[in-house]
Ligand binder design. Structure first.
Ligand code: N01
Length: 568
């Protein structure tokens, strides 16, 4: 294996594969390190029953190759984990990516050498690779979080985490199973585990809002119609705040009549999935508006769940969408089954895990298996588990001790030639991840091409540009209801993690426009060092796909207050 390459990429999920392909097209030598024994990232690890995407498969897929998007046939509206993993393996083969990927190899450190202007990357297999560029494609939700319940190690049964599910089939038939956690993963897994297990006990801390996915086999005629003009669907998605077609409107819930609101919510409940959030433009800005959606979902739960006491426990109290809205198949219906028990661990907290099960303040539940659907150390967890050191030995985890700081979510001051794909400060988890990943891959590849063309040695953002971007990310978040609940977007699920709103909520189109402007203005906000020729404005690939008529200024609180921007 080459000891010196142009770029190291950490991770071989959607981001790493796409980045590798882009850089190879530019003739760069690249090494990808991946901890898993296969490619796929999130879709390699999250194999729990019911794991499925909540963005439609026709939109949750790459668009860098028209041949690929034409030849791949999706079978369901929302693809299962298995199907997405097959797709990613197909991509790896089709573009001959595997020869540059080292599997079962975890990067342990990446240290910038200021003399040589390159990164020294080390792995747990003893690799030592030198690279001009270090690109983190480590994923936003890849560092699994298992809370340290007292007595955890004493449990004699089997334990699982949804984010590290075994590769061999897991059979719960005839078993007593406990599931801790009712976020997206728990809500998908619970209905299927309930069908197998003799007894299922669900330990719920915070009831969640969930809407039916209304998943179904994809009609081949619908797929053909999309493929006949795929660009149109991609374009429509790129204009939407979340980067996929949520059918977002500019209408305000507070201005609609009760009948109009009910009709809109009913229609979106019937058609299913996350477009529920696009019903009204003020849903995440105004408590009054949001409460209309909350009341609608609570009424649905009351109608579905037959036992009123159980329905009451399942009733979410917070803001719809503030924790990520869940999209389910038969979740609330599952609580009508006689083999399912719901335990409210707010009322009766988990005191310990014992040899035989879980003890709460009110009872002991005997269990054969425990499933932790307890989420992730999101957005920063995978990065902080690697010893990353920039100029003057600065450790990334120290720099980010009070919360992540980036310029555009792509780069961070003090860490030259270092890029983060869908990092904190970019739309990332508040967008359709695949177009966001592709946009970052294109931007990073264009940036590297520019540096190479000008013989430049390094690039990093100025402190001023980073500070301004961090302030903007916070300013935009603070105009919404998002920072008002204890979500993983804020790091609130990890004890001791600083409470900072991490993703950029200004919307995908605005963000893309900003990135393009930065590039068009000669990498405004970055310092480019050692360029042999003048730092001409680079040739930016501004395709129609990414070009939007919005300007970054329109996202200001004043503009939002004036309701000119339907940001969700
Ligand atoms: O994790 P979560 P997730 N004691 O953090 C509970 C994406 N995703 O894996 O809310 C008791 O959302 C915790 O309770 P609380 C998606 O972006 C997408 O489900 O903190 N309970 C919560 O109920 C998603 O948002 C898809 O009070 C504890 C749960 O565990 C993200 O991944 C599918 C606890 C964790 O929920 C993460 O989802 C799956 C404790 N000590 C995931 N600690 C789709 O595309 C935590 N909990 C559909």
């Amino acid at each position: 294996m080459a000891r010196t390459v142009d770029a190291v990429i950490v991770g071989a999920g959607f981001a790493g594969l796409c980045m590798l392909h882009r850089l190879r097209q530019q003739g760069l030598g690249v090494r990808v390190f991946e901890a898993g024994s296969g490619v796929g990232g999130t879709w390699f690890w999250n194999r729990y029953p019911g794991a499925r995407c909540d963005v439609e498969s026709l939109e949750y897929s790459y668009q860098f190759s028209d041949e690929l998007q034409q030849e791949w046939a999706w079978t369901e509206r929302y693809a299962s984990q298995a199907e997405i993993l097959r797709y990613l393996n197909h991509v790896a083969d089709r573009f001959d990516l595997r020869r540059d990927i080292a599997l079962e190899t975890r990067v342990t450190s990446a240290v910038f050498d200021e003399q040589a202007n390159c990164w020294q990357v080390r792995t747990d297999r003893g690799d030592e690779v030198t690279a001009r560029f270090c690109i983190m494609a480590t994923g936003c939700l890849s560092a699994a979080n298992t809370p340290q319940f007292p007595g955890l190690a004493s449990f004699r049964g089997r334990t699982f985490h949804t984010g590290k599910w075994p590769h061999e089939p897991v059979d719960f038939i005839g078993e007593r199973v406990g599931v801790i956690g009712t976020g997206s993963s728990g809500i998908q897994a619970i209905p299927l585990i309930a069908e197998q297990a003799a007894q299922l006990v669900v330990f719920q801390r915070t009831p969640n809002f969930s809407v039916p996915a209304q998943n179904h086999p994809l009609d081949p005629a619908v797929q053909r119609a999309v493929k006949a003009d795929y660009g149109e669907l991609r374009h429509r998605g790129s204009q939407m705040p979340f980067g996929f077609d949520t059918r977002s409107t500019e209408r305000l819930a507070v201005e609609a009549s009760a009948e109009e609101r009910l009709a809109e919510y009913e229609e979106r409940w019937r058609s299913g999935g996350l477009p529920f959030l696009g019903a009204f433009a003020d849903m995440i800005f105004s408590r009054e508006a949001n409460e209309t959606a909350a009341v609608f979902i609570r009424d649905k739960i009351r109608q579905i769940v037959r036992n009123p006491a159980v329905a009451e426990k399942l009733m979410p109290r917070g803001v719809v969408g503030c924790k990520r809205l869940c999209s389910d198949t038969n979740y609330f219906e599952t609580f009508n089954r006689s083999n399912v028990t719901l335990v409210d661990v707010n009322a009766t907290p988990i005191e310990a895990i014992t040899e035989r099960g879980i003890r709460t303040s009110a009872a002991h539940y005997d269990l054969d298996a425990i499933v932790f659907a307890t989420g992730f150390d999101a957005m920063t967890g995978a990065l902080s588990r690697i010893d990353i050191r920039g100029r003057q030995g600065l450790a990334l985890r120290d720099k980010w001790a009070y919360g992540p700081r980036t310029y555009l979510g792509l780069s961070t001051t003090g860490f030259p030639n270092f890029f983060i794909m869908t990092g904190p400060g970019s739309p990332s988890v508040l967008s359709n991840m695949v177009p966001s990943i592709e946009q970052h891959a294109s931007w990073i590849a264009a940036c590297i091409a520019h540096l190479t063309a000008h013989g430049a040695r390094r690039i990093e953002p100025t402190q001023q540009a980073e500070d301004a971007w961090v302030a903007h990310v916070n300013e935009v978040a603070d105009t919404t209801l998002y920072p008002t609940c204890n979500s993983w977007y804020l790091g609130a699920n990890i004890p001791g993690k600083p409470r900072v709103f991490m993703p950029y909520i200004g919307g995908f189109p605005v963000y893309v426009q900003k990135c393009n402007e930065v590039m068009s203005n000669g990498f405004e906000g970055f310092v480019i060092d050692g360029a042999k020729s003048t730092n001409d404005a680079p040739q930016v690939r501004l395709t129609d796909r990414w070009r939007v008529p919005l300007d970054i200024e329109v996202i200001s609180p004043a503009a939002i207050a004036a309701r000119r921007v339907p940001v969700v």
